[in-house]
Design a protein around this ligand. Sequence first.
Ligand code: ZN
Ligand code: ZN
Length: 152
Amino acid sequence: MSEQTTLTGGCQCGAVRYRVDGPPHGADICHCRMCQRAVSQPFMAVFQVKRGALTWTAGAPKTYRSSNVAERGFCADCGSPLYFRYVELDHIGPMIASLDDPNAVHPTQQYAVESRLAWTDTLPSLPGKTIEEDPPPGGAEAIASRQFEPKG
Ligand SMILES: [Zn+2]
Ligand SMILES: [Zn+2]
């Protein structure tokens, strides 16, 4: 777990930004079918903080009440999933990959492993290429990113 005491993050377009004061008190990935759908990815990776430790510093996420017990937040402008939380608990779970430094928090547990997609176990053995080795059409240098990049 990171010793960093302030973490910042946000969505892809930058309309929604947040700051977390104080260290996370847990981080995990969830393989359940609802989380797979919610992030359109094989699993969701989140860290846990007290709700009062998270401040929305720009915009505010739109929310989807995905069940009677849970709510999910996302950017209404660009669609980035931003958090998961149980409505009855005083915790909120920002997505690890929404952090400006997504390596700052490492998951320590997996949930809903019964729903884990079989191919996720094979990822480390798949052949890999860098973007430089396999650039997008027109070349990597031709891309004009619109992704928000935090300053400093
Ligand atoms: Zn956005
Ligand atoms: Zn889940």
